[in-house]
Design a protein around this ligand. Structure first.
Ligand code: PLP
Length: 382
Protein backbone atom coordinates (compact mmCIF):
# COMPACT_ATOMS: atom_id res chain seq x y z
CA UNK A 1 0.00 0.00 0.00
CA UNK A 2 1.39 3.42 -0.91
CA UNK A 3 0.33 6.20 1.42
CA UNK A 4 -0.76 9.47 -0.21
CA UNK A 5 -2.61 11.01 2.72
CA UNK A 6 0.14 12.73 4.69
CA UNK A 7 -1.89 15.93 5.07
CA UNK A 8 -4.29 13.91 7.24
CA UNK A 9 -1.49 12.40 9.28
CA UNK A 10 2.04 11.17 8.58
CA UNK A 11 3.87 8.07 9.80
CA UNK A 12 6.07 8.59 12.86
CA UNK A 13 9.66 8.89 11.65
CA UNK A 14 12.55 6.89 13.12
CA UNK A 15 14.16 9.85 14.92
CA UNK A 16 10.85 10.70 16.60
CA UNK A 17 10.18 7.09 17.63
CA UNK A 18 13.67 6.71 19.12
CA UNK A 19 13.39 10.00 21.00
CA UNK A 20 10.01 8.95 22.36
CA UNK A 21 11.29 5.55 23.51
CA UNK A 22 14.35 7.10 25.10
CA UNK A 23 12.35 9.77 26.95
CA UNK A 24 9.73 7.22 28.04
CA UNK A 25 12.44 5.05 29.55
CA UNK A 26 14.73 7.69 30.98
CA UNK A 27 12.61 10.80 31.64
CA UNK A 28 9.90 9.25 33.74
CA UNK A 29 8.97 12.13 36.05
CA UNK A 30 6.35 14.85 36.06
CA UNK A 31 7.99 18.17 35.10
CA UNK A 32 6.22 19.90 38.01
CA UNK A 33 7.55 17.46 40.65
CA UNK A 34 10.08 18.76 43.21
CA UNK A 35 12.65 15.92 42.95
CA UNK A 36 15.30 14.74 40.53
CA UNK A 37 12.82 12.88 38.33
CA UNK A 38 10.79 16.05 38.04
CA UNK A 39 13.90 18.12 37.36
CA UNK A 40 14.97 15.77 34.55
CA UNK A 41 11.54 15.95 32.93
CA UNK A 42 11.46 19.72 33.32
CA UNK A 43 14.94 20.01 31.78
CA UNK A 44 13.93 17.91 28.76
CA UNK A 45 10.83 20.05 28.29
CA UNK A 46 12.75 23.31 28.61
CA UNK A 47 15.24 22.12 26.00
CA UNK A 48 12.42 21.18 23.63
CA UNK A 49 10.79 24.59 24.15
CA UNK A 50 14.08 26.33 23.44
CA UNK A 51 14.62 24.30 20.28
CA UNK A 52 11.13 25.01 18.94
CA UNK A 53 11.50 28.71 19.76
CA UNK A 54 14.85 28.78 17.94
CA UNK A 55 13.36 27.16 14.82
CA UNK A 56 10.40 29.56 14.79
CA UNK A 57 12.28 32.67 15.88
CA UNK A 58 10.38 33.51 19.05
CA UNK A 59 10.92 33.32 22.81
CA UNK A 60 10.71 29.95 24.58
CA UNK A 61 8.18 31.27 27.10
CA UNK A 62 5.87 32.24 24.23
CA UNK A 63 5.15 28.55 23.55
CA UNK A 64 2.27 26.64 25.15
CA UNK A 65 2.15 22.87 24.59
CA UNK A 66 -1.26 21.58 23.53
CA UNK A 67 -2.80 18.25 22.51
CA UNK A 68 -2.64 19.26 18.85
CA UNK A 69 -3.66 22.01 16.49
CA UNK A 70 -7.40 21.78 17.12
CA UNK A 71 -6.81 22.70 20.74
CA UNK A 72 -4.22 25.35 19.87
CA UNK A 73 -6.54 26.99 17.35
CA UNK A 74 -9.50 26.91 19.71
CA UNK A 75 -7.26 28.39 22.40
CA UNK A 76 -6.24 31.30 20.17
CA UNK A 77 -9.80 32.17 19.13
CA UNK A 78 -11.06 31.71 22.70
CA UNK A 79 -8.31 34.08 23.85
CA UNK A 80 -9.43 36.72 21.32
CA UNK A 81 -13.00 36.36 22.57
CA UNK A 82 -11.79 36.94 26.16
CA UNK A 83 -9.61 39.98 25.58
CA UNK A 84 -11.13 41.86 22.66
CA UNK A 85 -13.76 44.54 22.82
CA UNK A 86 -17.19 42.79 22.77
CA UNK A 87 -17.96 44.55 19.48
CA UNK A 88 -14.66 43.65 17.79
CA UNK A 89 -14.67 41.57 14.62
CA UNK A 90 -12.24 38.82 13.67
CA UNK A 91 -11.26 38.56 10.02
CA UNK A 92 -10.67 35.00 8.97
CA UNK A 93 -9.79 33.42 5.65
CA UNK A 94 -12.69 31.21 4.50
CA UNK A 95 -10.27 28.37 3.68
CA UNK A 96 -9.15 27.83 7.27
CA UNK A 97 -9.38 24.39 8.83
CA UNK A 98 -12.78 23.72 10.47
CA UNK A 99 -11.22 24.09 13.93
CA UNK A 100 -10.52 27.78 13.14
CA UNK A 101 -13.76 28.36 11.20
CA UNK A 102 -16.02 26.74 13.77
CA UNK A 103 -14.35 28.22 16.83
CA UNK A 104 -14.48 31.68 15.20
CA UNK A 105 -18.21 31.27 14.53
CA UNK A 106 -18.71 29.84 18.02
CA UNK A 107 -17.09 32.76 19.84
CA UNK A 108 -17.72 35.61 17.40
CA UNK A 109 -20.96 34.67 15.59
CA UNK A 110 -21.83 37.44 13.14
CA UNK A 111 -18.64 39.28 14.02
CA UNK A 112 -16.61 36.94 11.80
CA UNK A 113 -15.74 38.56 8.49
CA UNK A 114 -14.30 36.42 5.70
CA UNK A 115 -11.32 37.56 3.69
CA UNK A 116 -12.00 36.91 -0.03
CA UNK A 117 -10.03 34.19 -1.79
CA UNK A 118 -9.16 34.01 -5.49
CA UNK A 119 -10.14 31.10 -7.76
CA UNK A 120 -6.52 29.97 -7.41
CA UNK A 121 -6.98 29.63 -3.65
CA UNK A 122 -5.00 32.60 -2.32
CA UNK A 123 -6.33 35.27 0.04
CA UNK A 124 -6.86 38.68 -1.52
CA UNK A 125 -4.10 40.87 -0.05
CA UNK A 126 -5.38 44.00 -1.81
CA UNK A 127 -8.72 43.55 -0.11
CA UNK A 128 -6.97 43.21 3.26
CA UNK A 129 -4.88 46.35 2.68
CA UNK A 130 -7.87 48.45 1.60
CA UNK A 131 -10.22 47.22 4.32
CA UNK A 132 -7.67 47.59 7.11
CA UNK A 133 -7.17 51.17 6.02
CA UNK A 134 -10.84 51.71 6.94
CA UNK A 135 -11.69 49.42 9.86
CA UNK A 136 -9.59 47.65 12.51
CA UNK A 137 -10.68 44.15 13.45
CA UNK A 138 -9.61 42.61 16.76
CA UNK A 139 -7.50 39.97 14.96
CA UNK A 140 -6.79 38.51 11.52
CA UNK A 141 -6.38 34.75 10.94
CA UNK A 142 -4.72 33.37 7.80
CA UNK A 143 -3.17 29.90 7.58
CA UNK A 144 0.34 29.36 6.17
CA UNK A 145 -0.64 26.64 3.67
CA UNK A 146 -3.98 25.03 2.96
CA UNK A 147 -4.52 21.40 3.95
CA UNK A 148 -6.87 20.57 1.07
CA UNK A 149 -5.20 22.32 -1.86
CA UNK A 150 -1.63 22.82 -0.62
CA UNK A 151 -1.89 26.45 -1.76
CA UNK A 152 0.65 28.58 0.09
CA UNK A 153 -0.79 31.74 1.58
CA UNK A 154 1.06 35.08 1.64
CA UNK A 155 1.29 34.96 5.43
CA UNK A 156 4.43 37.11 5.60
CA UNK A 157 2.73 39.87 3.60
CA UNK A 158 -0.51 39.57 5.60
CA UNK A 159 1.54 39.77 8.81
CA UNK A 160 3.31 42.91 7.55
CA UNK A 161 0.01 44.60 6.68
CA UNK A 162 -1.46 43.70 10.08
CA UNK A 163 1.67 45.04 11.81
CA UNK A 164 1.25 48.32 10.00
CA UNK A 165 -2.23 48.68 11.51
CA UNK A 166 -1.32 47.06 14.85
CA UNK A 167 -3.81 44.24 14.38
CA UNK A 168 -2.80 40.89 15.95
CA UNK A 169 -2.06 38.27 13.30
CA UNK A 170 -2.80 34.58 13.87
CA UNK A 171 -1.37 31.89 11.59
CA UNK A 172 -2.17 28.17 11.56
CA UNK A 173 1.12 26.73 10.33
CA UNK A 174 0.12 23.05 10.62
CA UNK A 175 0.66 22.14 6.96
CA UNK A 176 3.72 24.33 6.52
CA UNK A 177 5.78 23.16 9.47
CA UNK A 178 8.17 20.33 8.65
CA UNK A 179 7.55 20.75 4.91
CA UNK A 180 8.90 24.28 4.53
CA UNK A 181 11.49 26.06 6.71
CA UNK A 182 10.06 27.23 10.03
CA UNK A 183 12.21 30.36 10.07
CA UNK A 184 10.20 33.53 10.49
CA UNK A 185 6.94 31.88 11.53
CA UNK A 186 7.57 32.94 15.13
CA UNK A 187 7.07 36.56 14.07
CA UNK A 188 3.34 35.90 13.76
CA UNK A 189 1.70 37.10 16.96
CA UNK A 190 -0.17 33.83 17.37
CA UNK A 191 0.94 30.61 15.69
CA UNK A 192 -0.21 26.99 15.88
CA UNK A 193 1.33 23.68 14.82
CA UNK A 194 0.97 19.92 15.30
CA UNK A 195 3.62 17.18 15.28
CA UNK A 196 1.74 14.43 13.50
CA UNK A 197 1.74 16.17 10.11
CA UNK A 198 5.52 16.01 9.75
CA UNK A 199 6.59 12.71 11.30
CA UNK A 200 6.14 13.45 14.99
CA UNK A 201 3.67 11.68 17.25
CA UNK A 202 -0.07 12.35 17.41
CA UNK A 203 -1.46 14.19 20.41
CA UNK A 204 1.04 17.04 20.61
CA UNK A 205 1.05 20.55 19.21
CA UNK A 206 1.62 24.09 20.37
CA UNK A 207 0.32 27.62 20.38
CA UNK A 208 2.76 30.52 20.27
CA UNK A 209 1.39 33.63 21.97
CA UNK A 210 3.14 36.98 22.35
CA UNK A 211 5.11 37.20 25.62
CA UNK A 212 2.98 40.12 26.79
CA UNK A 213 -0.30 38.18 26.39
CA UNK A 214 -1.56 35.75 28.98
CA UNK A 215 -4.02 33.24 27.58
CA UNK A 216 -7.13 32.45 29.59
CA UNK A 217 -6.98 28.66 29.84
CA UNK A 218 -9.50 26.53 27.99
CA UNK A 219 -8.58 23.67 30.31
CA UNK A 220 -8.41 24.67 33.95
CA UNK A 221 -6.75 22.90 36.84
CA UNK A 222 -3.05 23.00 37.74
CA UNK A 223 -0.72 25.86 36.91
CA UNK A 224 1.20 24.13 34.11
CA UNK A 225 2.28 26.19 31.09
CA UNK A 226 2.46 29.35 33.23
CA UNK A 227 -1.20 28.94 34.15
CA UNK A 228 -2.35 28.90 30.53
CA UNK A 229 -3.07 25.19 30.03
CA UNK A 230 -3.66 22.79 32.90
CA UNK A 231 -2.62 19.14 32.86
CA UNK A 232 0.65 17.22 33.19
CA UNK A 233 2.74 17.77 30.10
CA UNK A 234 3.56 14.65 28.08
CA UNK A 235 7.33 15.07 27.94
CA UNK A 236 8.13 12.03 25.73
CA UNK A 237 5.87 13.24 22.91
CA UNK A 238 7.12 16.80 23.27
CA UNK A 239 10.72 15.59 22.92
CA UNK A 240 9.67 13.33 20.05
CA UNK A 241 8.01 16.24 18.20
CA UNK A 242 11.23 18.23 18.39
CA UNK A 243 13.30 15.26 17.18
CA UNK A 244 11.03 15.09 14.13
CA UNK A 245 11.16 18.82 13.49
CA UNK A 246 14.94 18.85 13.84
CA UNK A 247 15.26 16.04 11.29
CA UNK A 248 12.86 17.82 8.87
CA UNK A 249 14.68 21.13 9.22
CA UNK A 250 17.93 19.34 8.31
CA UNK A 251 16.30 17.91 5.18
CA UNK A 252 14.98 21.36 4.30
CA UNK A 253 18.43 22.91 4.87
CA UNK A 254 19.78 20.36 2.37
CA UNK A 255 16.99 21.49 -0.03
CA UNK A 256 15.67 17.92 -0.27
CA UNK A 257 12.19 19.29 -0.87
CA UNK A 258 13.19 20.86 -4.20
CA UNK A 259 13.52 17.53 -6.00
CA UNK A 260 10.26 16.37 -4.46
CA UNK A 261 8.66 19.47 -5.95
CA UNK A 262 9.84 18.32 -9.39
CA UNK A 263 8.22 14.88 -8.90
CA UNK A 264 5.04 16.68 -7.84
CA UNK A 265 5.05 18.75 -11.05
CA UNK A 266 5.75 15.68 -13.19
CA UNK A 267 2.84 13.86 -11.58
CA UNK A 268 0.51 16.77 -12.31
CA UNK A 269 1.60 16.79 -15.95
CA UNK A 270 0.98 13.03 -16.21
CA UNK A 271 -2.39 13.37 -14.52
CA UNK A 272 -3.58 16.07 -16.94
CA UNK A 273 -2.31 14.04 -19.88
CA UNK A 274 -3.79 10.70 -18.82
CA UNK A 275 -7.09 12.00 -17.49
CA UNK A 276 -8.52 14.37 -20.12
CA UNK A 277 -10.85 16.82 -18.42
CA UNK A 278 -9.03 16.71 -15.06
CA UNK A 279 -8.36 20.06 -13.37
CA UNK A 280 -5.59 20.89 -10.91
CA UNK A 281 -7.02 22.91 -8.05
CA UNK A 282 -4.92 25.97 -7.23
CA UNK A 283 -2.88 25.67 -10.44
CA UNK A 284 -0.99 28.89 -10.96
CA UNK A 285 -0.55 29.51 -7.22
CA UNK A 286 2.53 28.56 -5.24
CA UNK A 287 1.75 25.21 -3.62
CA UNK A 288 3.33 22.81 -1.15
CA UNK A 289 5.64 20.28 -2.80
CA UNK A 290 3.64 17.39 -1.39
CA UNK A 291 0.01 18.22 -2.22
CA UNK A 292 -1.98 17.71 -5.42
CA UNK A 293 -5.66 18.50 -5.39
CA UNK A 294 -7.42 17.58 -8.63
CA UNK A 295 -10.92 17.38 -10.05
CA UNK A 296 -11.18 13.99 -11.71
CA UNK A 297 -13.19 13.77 -14.95
CA UNK A 298 -15.90 11.28 -14.15
CA UNK A 299 -17.50 9.19 -11.42
CA UNK A 300 -17.94 10.00 -7.77
CA UNK A 301 -14.88 10.85 -5.70
CA UNK A 302 -15.69 8.11 -3.20
CA UNK A 303 -15.61 5.51 -6.00
CA UNK A 304 -12.20 6.75 -7.06
CA UNK A 305 -10.94 6.59 -3.48
CA UNK A 306 -12.26 3.07 -3.11
CA UNK A 307 -10.82 1.91 -6.47
CA UNK A 308 -7.45 3.43 -5.65
CA UNK A 309 -7.59 1.81 -2.23
CA UNK A 310 -8.13 -1.58 -3.89
CA UNK A 311 -5.27 -0.82 -6.27
CA UNK A 312 -2.97 -0.13 -3.28
CA UNK A 313 -3.06 3.67 -2.92
CA UNK A 314 -4.39 5.51 0.13
CA UNK A 315 -5.73 8.88 -1.07
CA UNK A 316 -8.34 11.28 0.20
CA UNK A 317 -11.28 13.34 -1.03
CA UNK A 318 -10.07 16.53 0.61
CA UNK A 319 -9.57 17.14 4.27
CA UNK A 320 -9.78 14.14 6.58
CA UNK A 321 -12.46 15.97 8.53
CA UNK A 322 -14.90 16.17 5.61
CA UNK A 323 -14.33 12.66 4.29
CA UNK A 324 -17.60 10.78 3.96
CA UNK A 325 -19.72 13.88 4.44
CA UNK A 326 -22.10 15.07 1.76
CA UNK A 327 -21.36 18.79 1.85
CA UNK A 328 -18.85 20.02 -0.70
CA UNK A 329 -15.57 21.35 0.66
CA UNK A 330 -15.85 24.87 2.12
CA UNK A 331 -12.38 25.52 0.70
CA UNK A 332 -13.46 24.81 -2.89
CA UNK A 333 -16.66 26.79 -2.31
CA UNK A 334 -14.57 29.79 -1.19
CA UNK A 335 -12.51 29.34 -4.38
CA UNK A 336 -15.77 29.64 -6.39
CA UNK A 337 -15.92 26.03 -7.55
CA UNK A 338 -19.46 24.78 -8.25
CA UNK A 339 -20.74 22.18 -5.77
CA UNK A 340 -20.90 19.51 -8.51
CA UNK A 341 -17.24 20.14 -9.35
CA UNK A 342 -16.22 20.13 -5.71
CA UNK A 343 -17.60 16.60 -5.48
CA UNK A 344 -15.04 15.49 -8.07
CA UNK A 345 -12.01 16.45 -6.00
CA UNK A 346 -9.27 14.04 -4.93
CA UNK A 347 -6.30 14.95 -2.75
CA UNK A 348 -2.94 13.24 -3.05
CA UNK A 349 -0.50 14.22 -0.33
CA UNK A 350 2.94 12.67 -0.27
CA UNK A 351 5.50 12.54 2.52
CA UNK A 352 9.26 12.79 2.77
CA UNK A 353 9.56 9.03 2.24
CA UNK A 354 7.42 9.01 -0.94
CA UNK A 355 9.54 8.27 -4.02
CA UNK A 356 9.36 9.36 -7.65
CA UNK A 357 8.39 5.75 -8.47
CA UNK A 358 5.44 6.04 -6.03
CA UNK A 359 4.16 9.13 -7.86
CA UNK A 360 4.58 7.37 -11.23
CA UNK A 361 2.74 4.30 -9.96
CA UNK A 362 -0.12 6.52 -8.77
CA UNK A 363 -0.36 8.20 -12.17
CA UNK A 364 -0.51 4.78 -13.86
CA UNK A 365 -3.20 3.56 -11.44
CA UNK A 366 -5.30 6.66 -12.14
CA UNK A 367 -4.95 6.13 -15.88
CA UNK A 368 -5.98 2.48 -15.54
CA UNK A 369 -9.07 3.30 -13.47
CA UNK A 370 -9.99 6.02 -15.95
CA UNK A 371 -9.67 3.62 -18.89
CA UNK A 372 -11.72 0.93 -17.17
CA UNK A 373 -14.46 3.41 -16.24
CA UNK A 374 -14.44 4.87 -19.73
CA UNK A 375 -14.59 1.47 -21.42
CA UNK A 376 -17.25 0.31 -18.99
CA UNK A 377 -19.36 3.35 -19.88
CA UNK A 378 -18.79 2.94 -23.61
CA UNK A 379 -19.71 -0.75 -23.31
CA UNK A 380 -22.92 0.06 -21.41
CA UNK A 381 -23.91 2.68 -24.02
CA UNK A 382 -23.19 0.32 -26.97
N1 PLP B 1 -5.12 23.04 10.90
C1 PLP B 1 -4.83 22.46 9.73
C2 PLP B 1 -4.40 23.31 8.59
C3 PLP B 1 -4.94 21.08 9.58
O1 PLP B 1 -4.65 20.51 8.41
C4 PLP B 1 -5.36 20.30 10.69
C5 PLP B 1 -5.53 18.83 10.54
O2 PLP B 1 -5.88 18.34 9.49
C6 PLP B 1 -5.64 20.94 11.89
C7 PLP B 1 -5.51 22.32 11.96
C8 PLP B 1 -6.10 20.19 13.10
O3 PLP B 1 -5.08 19.39 13.58
P1 PLP B 1 -5.36 18.22 14.62
O4 PLP B 1 -6.45 17.38 14.03
O5 PLP B 1 -4.08 17.53 14.73
O6 PLP B 1 -5.81 18.81 15.89
Amino acid sequence: MIYFDHNATAPVMREAREAWLNATEHVAGNPSSPHQYGAAASKAMIEAREKLAAFLGCLPNEIIWTSGATEANNMAIHHFAQVLDPKAEVWVSPIEHPCVMESSKHYFGKRVKFIPVTHAGVIDLDWLTVELGDVRPGAVAVMAANNETGVIQPWREALAICRQYQVPFFCDSVQWLGKMPAKGLGECDFLSGAAHKFGGPRGIGFLKVPAKSHVTPLIVGGKQERGQRAGTENVPIIVSMLAALEAREKQLARSEHILRGVWHENFERQLLHKLPGAVIVGAGSPRLWNTVSALVPEGSQLRWVSKLDKAGFAVSTGSACTTGKEEPSHVLAAMHFKAADAHRVLRFSSGWETTEADWDALARALAKIHEETHHGKAHAEA
